[in-house]
Write a protein that binds this ligand. Structure first.
Ligand SMILES: Nc1ncnc2c1ncn2[C@@H]1O[C@H](COP(=O)(O)OP(=O)(O)OP(=O)(O)O)[C@@H](O)[C@H]1O
Ligand SMILES: Cc1cn([C@H]2C[C@H](O)[C@@H](COP(=O)(O)O)O2)c(=O)[nH]c1=O
Length: 233
């Protein structure tokens, strides 16, 4: 059994404008008859949402934070992402592992090699490829690491993101970080793009909402994954 769905993640510093467009993209795919699984990280399952509340709310050391985030990711992959990809859904995920490299790695200065090891372990398809009845796992010839087919990166200067978020909501643990933290996170995303140029699409997120939407949609159309006319809602 192969995972014939489409896995798209959305990344960027807090306030870059991802959420504004993910729902629009879900509508565009549904309008063309695709089943869509809309989800987010950390989170996406009852267990992972509990871990999210801890990670976003409680002080903890960087290793604990990284382990909780990757534990949430494993639960999310097992229970939501892999089943959706096996069904053939389009999975639209608000953040995935690039956020761990950007926030924990570049932002916090946590060891990138440890993050890479966690990535290999947690995103291994071992135990994820069940038969349709969900019984015995069917092992492929070669174990693979599940990652998005496309990562849409909303690139916005941290100062602009801070202005957008000012007074918008009570900041969580990450949103309360100083602008220097987000400069490092933004550089972390740029480094990830350099390491995975074929997977990343950079969107200049300083543009108007409509222009950002057109840029996001164009990336998907150019991949051949969407056809219809532009329609945001
Ligand atoms: N192109 C834009 N120009 C100006 N403001 C924008 C633009 N896009 C989004 N915003 C506003 O910026 C704020 C943050 O947007 P949004 O919540 O979509 O960002 P996000 O990347 O999902 O943030 P987070 O990751 O922190 O949830 C919102 O108030 C939104 O209305
Ligand atoms: C996946 C992931 C997320 N984070 C951080 C980034 C954000 O500040 C929050 C999630 O909040 P959002 O409003 O849903 O964007 O979590 C992280 O530090 N590491 C990660 O792997």
């Amino acid at each position: 059994m192969t995972m014939h769905g489409l896995f798209i993640s959305f990344e960027g510093i807090d306030g870059a404008g991802k959420s504004t467009h993910i729902a629009g993209l879900a509508n565009a795919f549904r309008a063309e008859g695709r089943a869509v699984t809309l989800t987010r990280e950390p989170g996406g399952t009852p267990l992972a949402e509990k871990l999210r509340a801890m990670v976003l709310g409680d002080p903890m050391d960087p290793l604990t934070e990284a382990l909780l985030i990757f534990a949430a990711r494993r639960d999310h992959l097992v229970n939501v992402i892999a089943p959706a990809l096996l069904r053939g859904d389009v999975v639209l995920c608000d953040r995935f592992t690039d956020a761990s490299f950007a926030y924990q790695g570049a932002g916090r200065g946590f060891d990138l090699n440890v993050l890479s090891t966690l990535e290999q372990w947690v995103q291994s398809d071992e135990g994820l490829l069940g038969d349709p009845a969900g019984n015995k796992p069917m092992r492929p010839e070669v174990e693979t690491v599940i990652e998005p087919h496309l990562t849409v990166w909303f690139d916005l200067p941290p100062e602009e993101a801070a202005l957008r978020l000012a007074d918008a909501r009570v900041p969580d643990k990450f949103e309360a970080q100083p602008v220097e933290f987000f400069r490092r996170v933004a550089q972390g995303y740029a480094d990830r793009q350099q390491g995975h140029p074929e997977r990343f699409a950079r969107i200049a997120a300083s543009q108007t909402r409509e222009n950002v939407w057109q840029a996001v949609r164009q990336v998907i159309v150019e991949k051949g994954w969407l056809e219809g006319p532009a329609c945001h809602e």
